[in-house]
Design a protein around this ligand. Structure first.
Ligand code: GLN
Length: 443
């Protein structure tokens, strides 16, 4: 059924870079046989899952929506995919993204843009736009994305689905092609809060293959917890200033809904989050410039042969990377260069520390914090061609990546043109359980 939905509608939406139809059907039959044989099956037995194309599955082309990786077949499988498969999930395809997950609209894919299934003349958000669109289109009940500065939550918000960025270290990054390693986290998209929670419980847990994976952290799915009457919820004042009126209107209704469930809702000031965007756009490109040095035309994907090795590097990178990726590599290299390191990268790290300590203070008074996920509803193609206006899309989502804290987006009502609006719930490190509790109250 999901494959025929894809056949019928993905021509319009463009959620998938690659559909694994034969492999998926074969696997479904195998699971069915095991079920008929009375075998005990996993929590996701037979459930199709769409995978962002920066997460590797052995033998299946993975491109990060970049020309530089075209034709590359990974020799191993990401831990999250192993875990999903071990619980019976069926990988159904690899989804489109902004090249190397750099962007907020999926327009930066080197192949084609993805359209928002709610309204095809709008972007789905990004960078995990293909994963969000695949769930919103019912191409797959669940999808996996990565979130470095908002790339799960912002497209979830724009497409009207649930999206979760877990605590840094809760989910293994092994097999996620790195963008900014200190910020990247893998997380689920789903139609409902409980589906997302179940998927998180499957993919969470320690992995020896990821040196930043927490040794002790786990996440247990607790579907019945929705009582928020004893909770204190803080509304982040600084995250309201760049938000459009339609989104603010819907967000205020969500606060009323939380109050009517008995929660105490008050505003809280976290002044340092105003510097989140500036600090992120030094730290993320700095890490990216280092991570992307491995794409040299020798080891992976595209090669444009020059007279010598140096020229081969240059020509391959020139031909293989798109404009946004080149911009980030240059920004990052500059921020890390000897004369500017302290003034740029060093200062950004100090701001990051400040954000962590201000969040800690806010969490001494509040159990969770809330904000709009995105300052606007889904925008049109080409509307944010100025990079800075595009970067603003993540003004509310970036601070949790800098802090390493969990955050999620839950759809709540409609803004301009009836387009979906998401409410962001932020929680202290490893407090996913209370975050999901609040999300259920909003559903
Ligand atoms: N939009 C942000 C960026 O372009 C965040 C991307 C992400 O989370 N992968 O860097």
């Amino acid at each position: 059924a999901h494959l025929s939905e894809i056949n019928e509608h993905d021509g319009d939406v463009g959620a998938f870079l690659l559909v694994m139809a034969d492999r998926a059907i074969e696997r479904a039959k195998e699971i069915d046989k095991r079920r008929s044989g009375g075998e005990e099956l996993g929590a996701l037995a037979g459930v199709p899952v769409a995978l962002k194309d920066n997460i590797v599955l052995q033998g299946v082309e993975t491109t990060c929506a970049s020309k530089i990786l075209s034709g590359w077949e990974p020799p191993y499988t990401a831990t999250v995919i192993e875990k999903l498969i071990s619980q019976g999930a069926i990988p159904i395809g690899k989804t489109n993204l902004d090249e190397f997950a750099m962007g907020s609209s999926t327009e930066n894919s080197a192949y084609f843009p993805t359209r928002n299934p709610v309204k095809l003349d709008r972007v789905p958000g990004g960078s995990s736009g293909g994963s969000a669109a695949s769930v919103a289109s019912r191409f797959a009940p669940i999808a996996i994305g990565s979130d470095t500065g908002g790339s799960i939550r912002q497209p979830a918000s724009l497409c009207g689905v649930v999206g979760v960025k877990p605590t840094y270290g809760l989910v293994s990054r092994y097999g996620l092609i790195a963008f900014a390693s200190s910020l990247d986290q893998i997380g689920p998209f789903a139609k409902s809060v409980d589906d997302a929670s179940l998927v998180l419980s499957v993919i969470a847990g320690h992995d020896g293959m990821d040196s930043t994976s927490s040794r002790t952290a786990t996440y247990e799915h607790a579907p019945n917890e929705s009582d928020i009457s004893s909770l204190r919820i803080g509304v982040i004042q600084e995250m309201m200033s760049d938000v459009s009126n339609d989104v603010l209107g819907v967000f205020n209704q969500s606060l009323d809904a939380l109050r009517s469930c008995g929660a105490k809702v008050e505003t809280v000031s976290i002044p340092a989050v105003r510097y989140g965007l500036s600090s992120y756009y030094l730290i993320a490109p700095a890490e990216a410039s280092s991570n992307l040095a491995r794409f040299d035309g020798v080891r992976y994907g595209l090669r444009v042969t020059g007279a010598d090795m140096n020229e081969t590097y240059g020509l391959s990178r020139e031909a293989g990377f798109g404009p946004e990726v080149k911009r980030r590599i240059m920004l990052g290299t500059y921020a890390l260069s000897a004369g500017y390191y302290d003034a740029l990268y060093g200062k950004a790290q100090k701001v990051r520390t400040l954000i962590v300590s201000e969040f800690a203070r806010a969490y001494s008074d509040f159990d969770v914090l809330v904000s709009p996920t995105s300052p606007t509803v889904a925008f049109g193609f080409g509307d944010k061609s100025d990079p800075l206006s595009m970067y603003m899309s993540d003004v509310c989502t970036i601070p949790s990546n800098l802090a390493g804290h969990p955050a999620m987006s839950v759809p709540f009502g409609g803004g301009a043109d009836g387009l979906p609006v998401g409410v962001q719930i932020l929680a202290p490190a490893l407090s996913e359980r209370v975050m999901f509790q609040v999300a259920r109250a909003l559903e």
